[in-house]
Design a protein around this ligand. Structure first.
Ligand code: CAA
Length: 260
């Protein structure tokens, strides 16, 4: 499969999507997000892939939806196509079952920040800049920014960020709870790959159920979420991997998980 706007690679259990539109700060045109959807579906169908990472360039993870394309878009077209969800990357990622990490360096703005927040967690360099600057274009976040930012950093800071359009640096993003940890530009790929490889080495039965359960924390009241978690926990006992995991611990040897 050849792509125009992304590079796709496979690192021993970890699938990588690298956004590659250098002349436009990785702005998320429809074709780019369609390619992201295709690549994600490919990794979903590949039994050897247990975790995915999405990254950009040193300068930009992504500077948002493509403003030059949006300038031509009518309200009727946006509604009829369900823009930006007309491109499969957004819909596939929303329902994605394998863990996905966003590895962010440089600008992570607008739709770019929404893409990173649609992943399961974000690892960022000390050069990363996060923001929802849509307000400066007289529009607003449209791919989850108001919802996911409010859940990630709380109402006050989400309001302030989205209403002013200012950028937040990596230290602030870490302190606010938007990102998991900070690394350097030189180490971003290696650190993210190491984290993704650790996840990929676990049984996909448990990693996928953990992901689903944590996501339910944002959908359900606590009592329902706790019940959902308990049922998922009990489901783990049906897998061959949990027998292997516990026996390996008792036998003092590494487990050999088969995702069964
Ligand atoms: N769409 C289209 N092109 C973009 C772009 C975007 N979102 N962001 C940057 N580019 C292009 C620029 O137009 C420029 O192209 P040319 O060389 O052809 O002029 C090129 O990328 C380099 O950008 P700059 O010259 O602007 O670089 P800079 O270093 O001076 O500034 C920046 C970098 C701060 C990221 C600045 O480009 C910027 O503010 N970009 C727009 C950010 C933004 O408003 N994002 C939100 C978009 S709306 C959205 O995302 C809606 C949604 O929720 C779905």
């Amino acid at each position: 499969m050849s792509y125009q706007y992304i590079n796709v690679s496979n690192h021993d259990g970890v699938g990588e999507i690298k956004l590659h539109r250098p002349d436009a700060m990785n702005a998320l045109c429809a074709a780019l997000m369609e390619e992201v959807g295709t690549a994600l579906q490919g990794f979903a169908a590949d039994d050897t892939i247990n975790a995915v990472m999405i990254t950009g360039s040193e300068k930009a993870f992504a500077a948002g939806a493509d403003i030059k394309d949006m300038a031509q878009l009518s309200c009727v077209d946006a509604v009829q196509d369900d823009f930006p969800f007309s491109a499969s990357g957004w819909t596939v990622l929303k329902e994605y079952r394998k863990p996905v990490i966003a590895a962010v360096s440089g600008y992570c703005l607008g739709g770019g920040c929404e893409l990173a927040m649609s992943c399961d967690f974000i690892i960022a360099t000390d050069t990363a800049r996060f923001g929802q600057p849509e307000v400066k274009l007289a529009i607003m976040p449209g791919a989850g920014g108001t919802q996911r930012m409010a859940r990630a950093v709380g109402k006050a800071r989400a309001m302030e960020l989205c209403l002013t359009g200012r950028f937040m640096d990596a230290e602030e993003a870490l302190e606010a709870g938007l990102i998991a940890y900070i690394t350097t530009v030189d180490r971003l790929h290696g650190d993210t790959l190491a984290t993704a490889s650790t996840i990929a080495a676990h049984s996909s039965i448990s990693t996928q159920l953990i992901k689903e359960s944590i996501n339910q924390a944002f959908e359900m009241p606590l009592s329902s979420g706790l019940l959902f978690e308990r049922r998922m926990f009990q489901t783990c006992f049906a897998s061959e991997d949990r027998t292997e995991g516990m026996n390996a611990f008792i036998d003092k040897r590494p487990p050999a998980f088969r995702n069964r």
